[in-house]
Design a protein around this ligand. Sequence first.
Ligand SMILES: [Zn+2]
Length: 98
Amino acid sequence: MPIHVYECDGCGRRFEALVRGDREPSACTGCGSAEIERMISPFAITRREVDQIRELDPKYKQMVDDLIASTPEAEPMRHLERLTSFDSVDDPGEPIEF
Ligand SMILES: [Zn+2]
């Protein structure tokens, strides 16, 4: 079942509709106007293409996760390495009174 994109002449809204056979939507999903027009085919997405995009999803997500893991911010020891241990610091003196 193809998904077609329609544009409303009344409010300008664009919306998608799953079309079964010849049963096209009769009104705008926004304003209810019957003055809707199907957009030309490049905008139409078939069910199969949607499934293909969904199949790509986990790989794409993994790719993003890998990229995030390779950034310096993802290294958990990054902050610990910057810390100065207590025993290597000069005597800070008397505690400050507030
Ligand atoms: Zn409308």
